[in-house]
Design a protein around this ligand. Structure first.
Ligand code: AMP
Length: 285
């Protein structure tokens, strides 16, 4: 695996590969890698000749300074994991490389309220920062395929929106959420959970499954409040549980009138904020 820190060096390698007709798959991450990230690399390798993973903890998507400071970093271990999982190139740039002085990287795009709902309500500015870094990285890497996880459902919905609006020449591939044995979605943040909160966090997936079971018989609002109540009773602090249309992200009250429905939630388990989701009907196209 080649480890590249500078944009110019990466561009030289990529241009050679593109001239040789190779297809490139790109997997952007913030590091502290786990099996969920590695499943994206595996998918990238299935689609393309070369897999390029980036590790960059992007300051512009953190609305909470403390979250940014506490975000886990483990580059030496990440390098070993990527090597063992057949990643071809690791791009690990500095902030200067991603945001060189004088380059305007901000995204001027109508986000059709997709950024204001759910995560957007609790993390103002997060999605503009996320889109800023994804667009900048896409400009640098110019991949054929962009591999992202369903785990961050609203994130890939916004990235899909940006790709369509700007007509970016890249195909977005969504990878299923990888879970621990008890159903907890793998996340770099899980390592910060206390043993007690780690145990409670398993309730998140259990409640998503209950909503899936009930979606045909029970009103969506009741399903949402029942799940929120169960999670709160266990000592998790619920920010939202919402059953939404997968395209517009607007709340769903009559499931029969929608083709694509997703339940999304965010909770605090002690000091750690966790998100998860489950597709209840239809799917992403
Ligand atoms: P992050 O490093 O958290 O920004 O995540 C980088 C990419 O990995 C994003 O596309 C995430 O959606 C994806 N990802 C994170 N956790 C998982 C998981 N448990 N299963 C599959 N993909 C994941």
């Amino acid at each position: 695996m080649e480890i590249i820190k500078q944009v110019r060096a990466l561009r030289r390698i990529i241009e050679k590969k593109q001239i040789a007709g190779e297809k490139l798959a790109f997997i952007p991450t913030m590091g502290a890698l786990h099996s969920g990230h590695l499943s994206l690399v595996e998918i990238g390798n299935q689609y393309a000749d070369t897999s390029i993973c980036s590790i960059f903890v992007n300051p512009s998507q953190f609305n909470n300074k403390n979250d940014l400071l506490k975000y886990p970093r483990s580059l030496p271990q990440d390098i070993n994991l990527l090597k063992a999982n057949h990643c071809d190139i690791l791009f690990a740039p500095s902030e200067q490389e991603v945001y060189p002085p004088g380059l305007n990287t901000q995204i001027n795009l109508d986000l059709a309220h997709l950024e204001d709902l759910m995560e957007g309500e609790f993390r103002p500015g997060h999605f503009r920062g996320m889109l800023e870094v994804v667009k900048r990285l896409l400009d640098i890497v110019s991949p054929d395929y962009l591999i992202m996880g369903q785990k961050d459902f609203q994130q890939f919905t916004l990235v899909n929106h940006m790709i369509r609006q700007l007509q970016l020449p890249v195909e977005l591939i969504i990878a299923p959420t990888q879970r621990e044995k008890d159903g907890l979605a793998m996340s770099s943040r899980n390592q910060r959970l206390s043993p007690e909160m780690r145990q409670k966090a398993a309730l998140i997936y259990q409640n998503l499954l209950k909503i899936q079971d009930g979606i045909k018989q029970i009103p969506t609002q009741n399903l949402e409040s029942l799940a929120a109540e169960k999670l709160s009773q266990a000592g998790l602090r619920v920010e939202y549980v919402q059953i939404v249309d997968g395209n517009s992200l607007q709340k769903v009250s009559e499931p029969e009138n929608h083709e694509y429905i997703v339940v999304c939630l965010a909770v605090w388990a002690g000091e750690v904020r966790l998100i998860d989701n489950l597709i209840l009907k239809g799917g992403w196209k």
